[in-house]
Design a protein around this ligand. Structure first.
Ligand code: JFZ
Length: 439
């Protein structure tokens, strides 16, 4: 008997740890913000830094093996005269997005805000000399858009970021470093972001770098995430923290993210360790094939792919954080602006079936569903179907109607299968929406 209790306790403890609930209790404001986050559904991810001057993505330092002293010339070329914070925020708003997450420091270590802890920042080290993060903060406030800070814990520039994992080698950096000094620096930057800017939360990245060393059995260092999270929640308990570490949630985190994948899936290979916990979810994806501006990348996703990604994310109870990489002149590529505007007009029409919803009860290869206030929105994502059959056990339908005109939909229920007749007149090229209520 005793043994069994022990085993049960161990299992419970495991579950407890797996769900990331050790000694962190989110504050009431935090829980309120989580609900806001889940209602918001759609955000704009922005990768922007001095690397854009080379037009070859945000990993250019690593990929072209640019030595630190050469890379340090880039800030001097960064002068985005056409940057207009208001225009970016208005674009996000017109796209139907409710928040913006932007790189305040990427792996190259360059701060895109006014940092007191390093001159390697946009204000002190570029001819532009203005704090774009501050300008965005102000524009966001005016437009009612929330702002999140992406922050890379991996740093290819700071001399004390050592040991290095698979990246940041051959960049002409010292072969030693004081890890604790790096952590103090990192936490100081994170704290100043939390204190000095009106933000909604943090989106961390780069943790996987030390984890790769650990997995390879090599010497590695610990970021002590919980300590960093305590600093943030100490400044403001309402701030929402997420980390792209590809693991199950860790104590102190408020949302869980899936890079380039829907929750629970691992097609991109980044989510092996990430089981779905009980936190709000978010998935991010690029609008073409690059995060940071890439001159040669013309692989823009289509409107239909993008809107279906948003719908599938919502059906999987997750937000969609869609990335653009603005150009070094401060403008967002026209193709990307056009796609965002198209998404916005779709949401104008159909937003009721996305915003404020949670993942619904139906999910299959050709469809997902969202729900709110006892209403289910069935999204049929395959235009070719004349009928749709979905498993439907022990439920009785009150109403089944077309979202576009509210007229009744023809259906039958037989042997726990609901078959819906997809009248051609109502079929939509990207998403046929049907509203359903149950008795
Ligand atoms: C990371 C960044 O490296 C990338 O530049 C971008 O910011 C993206 C949103 O996040 O991308 C990753 C992170 C981890 C892996 C691959 C890409 N990984 O573990 O294979």
């Amino acid at each position: 008997m005793k043994k069994r209790i022990c085993i049960t306790a161990l299992l419970l403890l495991n579950l407890y740890l797996a769900l990331g609930q050790t000694d962190y209790t989110p504050s009431p404001e935090n829980l309120e913000n989580r609900a806001w986050f889940q209602d918001a559904k759609f955000g704009l991810f922005i990768h922007w830094g001095v690397y854009t001057t080379l037009g070859d993505g945000e990993w250019v330092m690593q990929q072209q093996k640019i030595k630190t002293d050469r890379y340090e010339l880039l800030p001097d070329f960064f002068n985005p005269q056409q940057f207009n914070a208001k225009a970016w925020v208005k674009l996000a708003k017109a796209a139907g997005m409710k928040y913006i997450t932007i790189t305040t420091k990427h792996h190259d270590g360059f701060a895109m805000y006014d940092s007191k802890f390093s001159d390697y920042n946009i204000v002190d080290d570029t001819p532009y000399g203005k704090d774009i993060f501050r300008l965005l903060e102000e524009a966001c406030k005016k437009e009612g858009i929330k702002l999140f800070a992406y922050y890379s814990q991996l740093d290819w520039h700071h001399p004390d970021y050592y040991p290095r994992g698979k990246t940041g080698q051959d960049l002409g950096r010292p072969e030693s470093g004081n890890w604790q000094d790096y952590i103090r620096y990192q936490n100081a930057q994170i704290k100043e972001l939390a204190e000095n800017y009106d933000i909604a939360g943090f989106w961390f990245d780069g943790y996987w770098d030390q984890n790769d060393l650990k997995k390879a059995g090599k010497p590695y260092e610990d970021f002590d995430l919980e300590a960093t999270y305590k600093i943030i929640h100490g400044v403001n308990s309402g701030l929402l923290i997420g980390n792209n570490h590809h693991l199950a949630p860790i104590a102190g985190e408020d949302f869980q993210m899936f890079e380039k994948d829907l929750p629970g899936k691992n097609t991109a290979g980044f989510s092996e360790g990430s089981q779905i916990g009980n936190l709000p979810l978010e998935t991010c994806e690029t609008i073409n094939h690059s995060w940071g501006f890439n001159l040669q990348d013309g692989n823009h996703k289509s409107f239909s792919e993008l809107i279906q990604y948003l719908i599938k994310a919502a059906g999987n109870n997750a937000n969609f954080l869609l990335n653009v990489g603005p150009m070094p002149n401060g403008k967002i590529q026209q193709e990307h602006q056009d796609l965002l505007m198209q998404m916005g007009s779709w949401l104008q029409e159909n937003g009721e079936s996305i915003y404020d919803t949670r993942g619904g009860m139906f999910q299959g290869a050709d469809y997902v569903s969202t729900e709110k206030n006892q209403t289910t929105y069935l999204h049929v994502l395959n235009t070719d179907l004349n009928t749709l059959s979905i498993p439907f056990a022990k439920k009785r339908i009150k109403t089944l109607s077309w979202f576009d005109d509210g007229k009744p939909v023809k259906y039958k229920i037989k042997k726990n299968v609901l078959t819906i007749y997809l009248n051609e007149a109502h079929r939509d090229a990207v998403d046929t929406i049907i509203k359903l209520t149950l008795k």
